[in-house]
Design a protein around this ligand. Structure first.
Ligand code: UTP
Length: 293
């Protein structure tokens, strides 16, 4: 019987050191791109893919994420009293109907593999999605995870979202090697975490979108510390590949690396240019600014 993806894991327990001091007291995932926090874009992408259970792997400093997805009674009453119906709708839209939110603490930041394993009691024996909110993908239509869920419905095997990166940057990613194909997906032959450019098997990088079968959990349990002394999801996936096919899928859309300052700024500029309310004035401002360079 074919299985459906109904649960998504959002590992948000990392320290976010690249954004210090901004992330000293607030979660990196709450940084806004234009007017929405990164975590909300990620949840909206999951909802668009038909996922109804959102599982957040959090840490001590991330309680603000819990608050963001809670009902804000006082604020809602205030907006109602002032007849601010549009804002009220935006506020209520943060928590869509029929969507459940589960929060699990990762007591120690032992790595992405360890974070994903914290979701095991809630996932059980089902395939599930993993979305890293600091990788934002804008495809202008149904969303990156919807594309992957569609492929999963057909293939019923683990799928990693991948894209070509600058060969000099392989040391920042999990890198895969696949056979040449004209398809958008291919079975992965090799996966390695953060290889230096001179030993990288390709420049096809895993970015923050995964659909995994539950077999990954036993693999993570047996995974020791890898790159950076962390329990790496990539190493567990390499182990999973011995038993099952794992596909790399070159998704449609543009990815913004919002975990890094430059990518975050680029995302803000490009999404502002897509925003109906802002785009005309913002474009005029940018044109004027560029003319002064
Ligand atoms: P990153 O490598 O981006 O680390 O983690 P980070 O802590 O978020 O940011 P920097 O590098 O210090 O600036 C990739 C993803 O894995 C999660 C992070 O929250 C992020 O979404 N993660 C990482 C965990 O949830 N737990 C961990 O132990 C490690």
């Amino acid at each position: 019987m074919s299985q459906k993806v109904t649960k998504a894991v959002f590992p948000v327990a990392g320290l976010g050191t690249r954004f210090l001091p901004a992330t000293k007291a607030i979660a990196k995932e709450m940084l806004p791109v234009v007017d929405k926090p990164l975590i909300q874009y990620a949840v909206e992408e999951a909802v668009a893919a038909g996922i109804d259970t959102m599982i957040f792997i959090t840490s001590r400093s991330k309680n603000v994420i819990i608050d963001h997805f809670d009902k804000a009674h006082e604020l809602e009453s205030e907006l109602e009293a002032k007849n601010k119906t549009e804002l009220l709708a935006i506020l209520k839209g943060i928590v869509p109907p029929n969507v459940s939110f589960v929060f699990i603490r990762q007591a120690e930041a032992l790595g992405l593999g360890h974070a994903v394993n914290c979701a095991r009691p809630v996932i059980g024996d089902e395939p599930f999605a993993v979305i890293l909110p600091d990788d934002m993908v804008e495809d202008g239509t149904r969303g990156c995870m919807s594309q992957m869920v569609e492929l999963f419905a057909e293939k019923q095997t683990s799928i990693l979202g991948v894209e070509r990166v600058n060969p000099a940057d392989t040391g920042s990613y999990g890198i895969v090697k696949t056979p040449e194909t004209s398809e958008k997906y291919a079975k992965i032959d090799v996966i390695v975490e953060k290889p230096k450019p001179e030993v990288a098997p390709s420049n096809l990088a895993v970015v923050g979108r995964y659909i995994l079968t539950p077999a990954i959990f036993d693999k993570i349990k047996n995974t020791g510390r890898g790159a950076g002394g962390e329990i790496q999801l990539t190493d567990a996936i390499a182990d999973l590949m011995k038993d099952e096919d794992v596909l790399a899928y070159e998704f449609e859309g543009k990815r913004y690396d919002c975990g890094a300052k430059l990518g975050f700024l680029v995302a803000n500029v490009e999404l502002a240019l897509l925003n109906t309310e802002l785009k005309d004035n913002f474009k005029a401002y940018l044109k004027d600014l560029v003319s002064k360079f």
